[in-house]
Design a protein around this ligand. Structure first.
Ligand code: IMP
Length: 220
């Protein structure tokens, strides 16, 4: 029987081994705490460039408010917007884009608590009537995004689309799938490129799998 392969993103297989840490530049302070490099920085950038093009094709006709979900989304947000800006300045047709930030928290160590809190950000009433692009780092169970989408609805935006750099394949998923996805990844805890474990590893360029040593060392 033919396997049903999703083509809306790069799918990283459960058996993917990643790359040896010694083949890349890893900060010395993290070398004992990681298993493998999973998604090298260059590949993240190349995929982000294409996501920018897909988003502009669908949404580029109207003023977009790009809403960054902090803190994990800040690198992806900055790089995605750089690519969108490059498209805008090289096109005959371009529309202004404005930015907003929201800060949510739901994780304790490597577990989703399911209890999602807005702990900072802009006044969302400015989103009324706008085309909003939510920029997220990773969808795990999907509870955070479901909650955020329900919350945004109260502010009456004209359109809401979601781009997530990563989506985890997990049995804990509530079934939510964003409009644009960079990579689909196995059910492992990943860090780097602004994704953290208790605030550590944001200062790592590549997306890597944390090891037991790292989990213990940086436990909350
Ligand atoms: P969800 O509500 O279970 O979808 O969790 C989403 C949030 O959990 C993300 O925005 C991240 O902040 C965090 N998260 C989930 N999985 C990981 C991971 O593997 N590494 C780092 N953060 C994660």
């Amino acid at each position: 029987m033919e396997e049903n392969i999703a083509t809306d993103c790069i799918v990283i297989d459960d058996h993917e081994q990643g790359y040896d840490l010694d083949l890349f530049c890893i900060p010395k302070h993290y070398i004992e705490d990681l298993e493998r490099v999973y998604i090298p920085h260059g590949l993240i950038m190349d995929r982000t460039e294409r996501l920018a093009r897909d988003i502009m094709k669908d949404m580029g006709g109207h003023h977009i408010v790009a809403l960054c979900v902090l803190k994990g989304g800040y690198k992806f947000f900055a790089d995605l917007l750089d690519y969108i800006k490059a498209l805008n300045r090289n096109s005959d047709r371009s529309i202004p884009m404005t930015v907003d930030f929201i800060r949510l928290k739901s994780y304790y160590n490597d577990q989703s608590t399911g209890d999602i809190k807005v702990i900072g950000g802009d006044d969302l009433s400015s989103l009324a009537g706008k085309n909003v692009l939510i920029v997220e780092d990773i969808i795990d169970t999907g509870k955070t995004m479901r909650t955020l989408l329900a919350m945004l609805k109260n502010y009456n935006p004209q359109m809401v689309k979601v781009v997530s750099l990563l989506v985890k394949r997990t049995p804990r998923s509530v079934g939510y799938r964003p409009d644009y996805i960079g990579f689909e990844v196995p059910d492992k805890f990943v860090v780097g490129y602004a994704l953290d474990y208790n605030e550590y590893f944001r200062d790592l360029n590549h997306i890597c799998v944390i090891n037991e040593n790292g989990k213990l060392k940086y436990k909350a």
